[in-house]
Design a protein around this ligand. Structure first.
Ligand SMILES: [Zn+2]
Length: 282
């Protein structure tokens, strides 16, 4: 007889129940101030950059090409795609979509000497054929602009809906819920929490409200139960977790990936090393 009573839940790196990530777009001068703030709080962000739009001090004070490089080359955060020219992908031809992605990847990878395969959609615009294209071009995840108001982990990383924009009226209420409640409170609500906030740093200058980001980080940073990670680190972790191979009776699990993964089963935390098979206690 198969015992189907067991429920298993993803736990993040180190067995943590929560993850927090940020995503900021367009590569603007205010990113310099944002970087200092993020580093002082020890949180991680993904910066989504174009590669064919460098109107020095143009719209929203975008960074010039050399200044952009100087700003991001040595930062400890992730650089991701935002389209070569910031085109509205649902309004251009498939060939142009491909060019937007490939030229953007090629530029960022060569310029910064690192793999760049995450993305945020310009204007949040996407559809099924664009997702297919991104998959073909090796893009591992892409963020939309649709708020979920939740801490759900996305089912499809090419349609990664964030929790909210930083101007969301619920922002600090979400932060309070993220820190003050726990996924372990009841059996049916034990999924891990992923809190994902996005925006543009120039909005803090335009609205003279840098306190929005420092208030948020005062609330959520520096906690031992939270994994502070870039978008790409979270995508890679969850993607590896989804490759775990489970025994039919749910008594054992094999980790075919090259990274340590964590699972909670019947309120007990298990560490699953690369290439290891773990036999559950019951
Ligand atoms: Zn943008």
């Amino acid at each position: 007889m198969l015992d189907m009573q067991h429920e298993t839940f993803l736990r993040f790196d180190g067995g943590r129940t929560k993850a927090f990530t940020l995503s900021y777009d367009d590569g603007v001068t205010a990113d310099k101030r944002l970087l200092k703030i993020l580093d002082s709080y020890g949180v991680k962000c993904t910066f989504n950059l174009n590669s064919g739009v460098f109107p020095d001090r143009g719209l929203h004070n975008r960074l010039g090409e050399q200044e952009s490089f100087n700003t991001f080359a040595d930062c400890q955060h992730e650089l991701a795609l935002h389209g070569h020219r910031h085109l509205y992908l649902t309004k251009v031809s498939a060939v142009q979509v491909a060019q937007e992605i490939v030229a953007n990847r090629e530029y960022l990878e060569q310029r910064y000497n690192r793999l760049v395969c995450g993305m945020a959609y310009a204007y949040g615009a996407t559809d099924d054929s664009i997702c297919d294209m991104l998959r073909s071009l090796g893009v591992t995840y892409a963020r939309t602009t649709q708020s979920t108001g939740s801490f759900d982990i996305p089912a499809d990383f090419l349609r990664w809906n964030p929790t909210c924009h930083h101007t969301d009226k619920q922002l600090m209420e979400l932060a309070r819920r993220f820190t003050d409640t726990s996924p372990t409170d009841e059996r049916k609500a034990r999924e891990s929490y992923l809190f994902y906030v996005w925006g543009h740093s120039y909005e803090f200058d335009d609205n003279n409200n840098w306190h929005v980001i420092t208030d948020l980080l005062d609330a959520v940073a520096g906690r031992s139960d939270v994994w502070y990670a870039t978008n790409g680190e979270i995508c890679n972790y969850v993607t590896a977790f989804r490759r775990l191979q489970w025994g039919v009776a749910d008594q054992l699990v094999y980790n075919p990936t090259c990274r340590t993964l964590w699972v909670e089963r019947d309120k007990k935390l298990y560490r699953i090393d690369p290439n290891a098979t773990v036999h559950f206690d019951i």
